[in-house]
Every structure is written in C-alpha cells, then in structure tokens.
Design a protein around this ligand. Structure first.
Ligand SMILES: C[S@@+](CC[C@H](N)C(=O)[O-])C[C@H]1O[C@@H](n2cnc3c(N)ncnc32)[C@H](O)[C@@H]1O
Length: 280
C-alpha cells in the first residue's frame, strides 16, 4: 500500500487491501489482528474503526510476501488445542504430529507412566502429553539449546513445570530410563531433498529437518538404544516421512520390538510407526 493511501484508513479498508496484496484473506486478517494486538473477532466488531498502526501492519504483510511463515511472524502456533510460542529456532508444529499424541494416549499405559519425547523443539509433544496425562512423568530432550529455550518458555506459559527438559544427543542418559513410552518426531528428511529449499520449510532450522544424507540416521540411533530404555510392555512411537514406514518398521522388528504397525495421517500417508517391547 502506498504511503498516501494509508492515512485515515479503516479496519475494513486495510483488510481488503492487505487481502488483495497477499491473495489470502485469512492471513491478512491474522497479520492485522497481530499488528493491533487483538484477535480476529475484534476486527469484525470494529470494521469501521480507524487504524493508526498501518506502517507496522504493512511491514508484517511484506514479511509474509517475502515468504516468511505465518507462525514465525505471529510468534505462535496452536497444537492439540493449546497455544505454543514459536521462533525461527524451532520447527513449526504440524497438524500431522497430533497423530502421535492420539496414538500415545490410546496406549494401555499405567497412570504413572514415564515418557520421553526426543527432539522436543517447541515442546509441543512432551507438554501436550503432560497436560493430557498429569500423572505421567514426562521428559524431553533436544540437541539444540536454542530450541530448549523455546520449550522452557512454553513449559512456563502452560504451567507444566513438572516436565523435565534435557539438552542431549538423542537420550539424556546412557543408563536405563525405565520408560513406558518413547515418542519422537525426529529430523528425517534427506539433506538432498529439494523440499528443504522451498516454501515455509526453507525458513526452519536445518537441524530440525534433516540429519544429513541418510534421512534415517537419527531414527536409527533412537531405535538402537530404545530396548535399553523401555520397560517390558513399553512403546516406541516414531513420526517419519511418507516413504519411510517400511524401513522404520524393519528397524523396530530388527531390535526385537513386537506389535509393529504403521499408521497413516489424515492425508492417508504413512506417518507414524510404533512397536512394543515384550518379554522373551
Ligand atoms: C522435526 S523437529 C520436531 C520438533 C517437535 N518435536 C515437533 O514435533 O514439532 C526435530 C527436533 O529434533 C532436534 N534434534 C535434531 N537432532 C537431534 C539429536 N541428535 N538429539 C536430540 N534432538 C535432536 C531438533 O533440534 C528439532 O528440535
């Protein structure tokens, strides 16, 4: 929007102009609401109000036009019905990952289960499990100290101080952690995959997306040591790429896990593979 067009503009006019600029009405409303420190419902109730913050809102629109993800501009993203702080130091929580939560909550685990989330990022998986199952002891690890700082902020905002956060390469201990559940959405994209350089993904931290040339490297390390950390009857749940289901299932079986199965996400793509540690 030209400077001359900005004077005395109303919420309605600003919304219409920004929608046209972005070609996306919802995103325009989210940017305007964020710039005004309000929510979208407020916008609808104040369509004829004049806007003073036009320059600041225009700056947000330009960031979006340059491709920056909405979640980084707004600094938040909803996951499993809760609001999470999101910065460029963490992966933006995906709706597909809610499948991991659903599957974990369906398992026949004790009320005082011990759970570990590996590669916690925002903390969305660990904090959601703790909120949904207050009796569980939930731990989370991440190799990135910056990601853990974001997880700490989310832990505090959600009042879930009981969740323990560790900076660690995969497991926070080499001694057995006696876990009933290991859950993880690790980096699993091959570093040569062209998707890493496209869309929102190109703004996200590389360490969150790819373990290197072998997309299965971190998954393999998680599975290798899982039997040491699981109690009998404990479960391992791994989110992975749509074409990695058979490979991940093979890894789980190769390490003695049973009841191995792969579950599709809402788009029908293989997304989570799980297995249990049974006694001999
Ligand atoms: C795909 S992101 C998942 C983030 C979050 N759990 C989610 O689902 O939105 C993977 C996370 O694993 C972390 N990570 C990468 N390599 C790791 C390793 N070797 N050990 C622990 N965490 C690792 C990254 O820093 C990143 O936060």
């Amino acid at each position: 929007m030209e400077k001359s067009e900005r004077a005395g503009v109303s919420v309605r006019e600003l919304r219409d102009r920004c929608s046209a600029e972005l070609g996306h009405a919802l995103e325009a409303e989210l940017m305007i609401a964020h710039g005004l420190g309000r929510n979208r419902a407020w916008l609808y109730a104040h369509l004829d109000d004049p806007v003073d913050e036009v320059d600041a809102i225009q700056a947000l629109i330009e960031r979006r036009r340059d491709g920056e993800p909405v979640a980084y501009i707004l600094g938040r993203r909803e996951f499993y019905g809760r609001d999470f702080v999101v910065t460029p130091d963490v992966l933006i929580p995906r709706p597909e990952t809610e499948l991991l939560i659903d599957l974990a909550l369906e398992l026949p685990l004790p009320d005082n289960a011990r759970a570990l989330d590996i590669g916690t990022g925002t903390g969305c998986i660990a904090l959601t499990l703790s909120a949904e199952r207050p009796g569980w002891t939930v731990m989370a690890s991440d190799i990135s100290s910056r990601a853990l700082e974001v997880a700490r902020r989310n832990r505090q905002r959600l009042g879930l101080d009981r969740v323990e956060l560790f900076q660690a390469d995969v497991y926070p201990s080499s001694d057995s952690l006696d876990l009933n559940l290991i859950v993880t959405n690790p980096p699993y994209i091959n570093e040569k995959d062209h998707h890493l350089n496209e869309g929102d993904v190109r703004f996200e931290p590389r360490t969150a997306l790819t373990p290197g040339a072998d997309g299965l490297d971190v998954i393999r390390r998680i599975v290798d040591t899982a039997p040491r950390h699981l109690v009998t009857g404990g479960w391992l749940l791994i989110e992975h790429g749509h074409d990695q289901g058979a490979a991940v299932a093979g890894l789980l079986r190769g390490h003695g896990l049973t009841d191995v199965r792969t579950r599709p996400d809402l788009a029908g793509l293989d997304r989570v593979t799980m297995g249990a540690l049974r006694s001999e």
